[in-house]
Structure formats: structure tokens, C-alpha cells
Design a binder for this molecule. Structure first.
Ligand code: DON
Length: 313
């Protein structure tokens, strides 16, 4: 274990007590079974190797981190003009599942692709004759980012079903937007794709690698091949910075200052930059105990301390 890894282990020990102040999400019943005090972090270094500490070998579902990646996918497929004709690029200051602003905006275009309404509009753009074919396209995109086969990118069927059966609020958002012509198609099918996209199983290493791809302007850290065009990376990083943590995005920008995206499973993806002593690295964090805004409570603390300690003044 090198010095950096030792320091990372201490940081996890220091931050784990914060999990006691948070709570695992239970509004998706199948998520409620996870232990509250888990905490893990992986960092993917510029050369594609990893350092890690804590509970990094746990698998978890990607949840809202998927929103940054479906955004990437549709930007690459359809271009920014089309995507931003359906979804905005402004922060809301509201909770991730809020419906309020949809009624205040004319047309009822969701304000950004990170809140549920915007993410559902993005998911509705994915082409394919069936929900299974649509989710396959997205799994294939993830497989490219993770450098593995599409068969190895799987979703947790129980979590997907559990959300599909209970997600009245997301259905309501979709019916509202369909009424106003923002989305088209069958609401249940879009929910099917969305709940499967959110249930994709990953771990801290996967998140860190995706963060590293973003930090390297879309290049594969192993081969240098372009996986995402630079312009798309720039757009998605900007939206993660302003909207990635919902109504905690401002605080996250002040305390951490990096593009980041959270998920209610306790996942956090963050994208390093050259200002860090660690350089252009990717961060993958898992800490399922959440704060009142749906972000990993200990994970946020861990990132804050990491940045504080690894940024030269
Ligand atoms: O739509 C939902 O409510 C979940 N599948 C995802 C929400 C989420 O991860 C919010 N993040 N912190």
C-alpha cells in the first residue's frame, strides 16, 4: 500500500462516522436493504491505474449518475440543438423529483437534464423498437466507456422492477410533459427504460474510470482513443457543475469545486482537473447513507476533505 492509499484509508475512517447522520433511500423499496455505514472511494489516475480505500468491492446501482451518461449518449447521437430543444440547461434549486417548475415554464420544458423530469425527457429520445433494445444501446455506450463487453454491463432486475412498480411521481412527470408535447411515446415504456438505466450495476472503480474519461476530455485512459467528443464532455461537465447535485449544487461547487453527479444509491462521480495535486483523475464514491437532498452524506464529506488536502495553495 503506498502513502496515498494509506492517507485515503485514514480519510475513509475519518468520514465513516458521518454515515450515522444519513439514511439509506427507501422510497425505492429494493434500495432499503443496503447497510447504512458503507463507504468506499476509488480514484482512477491519469495512467488508468487505481488507488482505493474502504468498501470498494460492493456493487450498487448507478441511479441518477446515469443521467449524465444518457445526456452524453443523446448529445452524441442527436446533437446539442435537438437535445436542448427538449430540455434546458439551467439549475432549478429544487429537489431532484420536483414537478413545480414544469408548470411555471412555458413551454413546459424541464429546466435541466439532471432533475428527474429532464432525465426522463432525455431517456425518451433513445431510439429502439422496444424498451429492451433502447436499454441495450445505453448498455453498449457504457460498455465502451468501461472497456468491457455489453454482456458485462447488467442491471439489477429487482431494483428496476421495484422502482417500476412504485414510481408514480416519475410517471406523473412524464404524463405532464407528454400533455405539453415535450415527450412522445408510451409512458410505461419510457419508465421501463429509465428504471433499468438507473438499475445498472457498477462499483467505485467503474465510476472512477468514467470520471477519468471525462477528466481526459473524452479519451480512453488506456489507449488514448476518443470515446466521447471533447465538445460533448465540455457540455456534460458544465451541466454536472451547475446541476449535478440538484439543490446542493451551489454548496458542492463551493466545497468541492468539481463537476459531479450523485445517485440515491449513494454513488458519486466526480471529475478531477489539473488544479489538483492528483491531476486529471476520476473519483468514484459509494456511501449509501444520504443527506436530506438525496446525496451521500459521508461521500460528500470525503470529497470535500480530499480536495482540501490535495490542492496546492
Ligand atoms: O428516479 C429516481 O427517483 C431514481 N431512479 C433516481 C434518483 C436519484 O438518484 C437522485 N439522486 N440523488
Amino acid at each position: 500500500m503506498n502513502v496515498l492509499e494509506q492517507q485515503l484509508n485514514h480519510l475513509v475512517d475519518e468520514c465513516r462516522p458521518y454515515t450515522a447522520q444519513g439514511k439509506v433511500a427507501d422510497y425505492i423499496p429494493e434500495l432499503a436493504h443496503v447497510k447504512n455505514d458503507l463507504l468506499g472511494v476509488a480514484i482512477c489516475l491519469p495512467d488508468g491505474t487505481y488507488i482505493h480505500a474502504g468498501d470498494v468491492h460492493h456493487k450498487f446501482t448507478i441511479q441518477s449518475v446515469s443521467k449524465a451518461l444518457t445526456l452524453c449518449y443523446v448529445l452524441m447521437e442527436f446533437g446539442e440543438d435537438y437535445v436542448f430543444s427538449k430540455v434546458g440547461m439551467e439549475p432549478t434549486g429544487d429537489a431532484f423529483n420536483s414537478i413545480a417548475k414544469l408548470e411555471e415554464t412555458v413551454p413546459s420544458k424541464p429546466l435541466n437534464p439532471m432533475i428527474n423530469a429532464g432525465a426522463l425527457a432525455v431517456t425518451s429520445m433513445i431510439l429502439g423498437e422496444t424498451a429492451e433494445l433502447k436499454i441495450y444501446q445505453f448498455r453498449q455506450f457504457l460498455a465502451t466507456l468501461l472497456n468491457r463487453s455489453v454482456e458485462e454491463v447488467t442491471y439489477d432486475e429487482k431494483v428496476a422492477r421495484s422502482e417500476y412498480e412504485t414510481t408514480d411521481l416519475n410517471r406523473a412527470l412524464l404524463y405532464f410533459m407528454r400533455h405539453h408535447g415535450i415527450v412522445e411515446g408510451d409512458v410505461d415504456e419510457i419508465i421501463d427504460v429509465y428504471t433499468k438505466q438507473c438499475a445498472i450495476e457498477i462499483d467505485c472503480f467503474d465510476l472512477a474510470r468514467i470520471g477519468r474519461v471525462f477528466a481526459g476530455n473524452g479519451e480512453d485512459p488506456d489507449t488514448g482513443e476518443e470515446l466521447i467528443p471533447r465538445r460533448v464532455v465540455r457540455i456534460v461537465k458544465a451541466i454536472m457543475t451547475t446541476c449535478g447535485m440538484y439543490d446542493a449544487s451551489g454548496e458542492f461547487a463551493v466545497r468541492v469545486g468539481l463537476p459531479g453527479k450523485s445517485g440515491v444509491s449513494g454513488a458519486i462521480l466526480a471529475v478531477g482537473n489539473h488544479e489538483l495535486d492528483l491531476n486529471n483523475v476520476g473519483f468514484g464514491i459509494f456511501g449509501p447513507a444520504l443527506d436530506s437532498k438525496g446525496n451521500s452524506i459521508a461521500g460528500m464529506k470525503l470529497l470535500e476533505l480530499l480536495i482540501e488536502r490535495y490542492t496546492s495553495r
